[in-house]
Write a protein that binds this ligand. Structure first.
Ligand code: GLN
Length: 189
């Protein structure tokens, strides 16, 4: 069992550390072959336009779509969530994306003044009380399709959702000290 963390741009290292703390084999992935060899994949935060362009250039979009279609767990955090969405508002010019999850997302939805903040979130399916969530120039999920379950909201706006083997989070669970969301993700295998 090896969990891949896409490492073309953005915050891969903290995800790898979280997974290793949970006792699973985790490795950074940068090629189609490495994606195909992964049993689950995390798309980290960063800059979604940049990550999308690099994925397109290196031929990584289709392998990730196939991984998701096979039912392997896929987690997108922040920019990674944007890449998973079928619809992106305020998308960058020529923003390649995966379009695998039936959600619409709004980039930079909390405005520039409050670019970053932390909040306590109750997350459906995660026991043990609220989780401290770090938001950095975060998107929100502005609408979800019928197959999608909303798992958490902040100020009435959806910030976590799941569709089968796909989990989308507007925030950065790898930046707090709490491994519960990564454990939840591993439980999706
Ligand atoms: N604002 C970034 C984007 O739109 C996402 C920020 C993040 O991943 N922390 O791509």
């Amino acid at each position: 069992m090896a969990i891949g963390v896409l490492a073309v741009q953005g915050a891969a290292r903290e995800h790898l550390e979280m997974l290793r703390r949970l006792g699973v084999e985790a490795r950074p992935v940068r090629t189609a072959r490495e994606i195909e060899a992964s049993d689950a994949l995390i798309l980290p935060g960063g800059e979604s336009t940049t990550i999308g362009k690099l994925m397109a250039r290196y031929g990584l979009l289709e392998p990730v779509r196939q991984l998701a279609a096979k039912g392997k767990p896929l987690l997108g955090t922040c920019a990674g969530m944007i890449l998973m969405a079928k619809e992106i508002y305020a998308a960058g010019k020529e923003q390649p994306s995966l379009g695998v999850m039936d959600i619409a997302v709004q980039r930079n939805a909390f405005g520039r003044q409050i670019a970053s903040f932390e909040a306590d979130l109750e997350i459906e399916g995660v026991e043990g009380g609220p989780l401290r969530a770090v938001f950095i120039r975060a998107p929100v999920i502005s609408s979800v399709g019928q197959e999608v379950a909303v798992l958490a909201a902040h100020e009435g706006r959806t910030v976590a959702a799941r569709q089968g083997n796909m989990l989308a989070l507007a925030f950065h669970p790898e930046l707090s000290d709490d491994t519960r969301l990564h454990a939840y993700f591993l439980g999706m295998r």
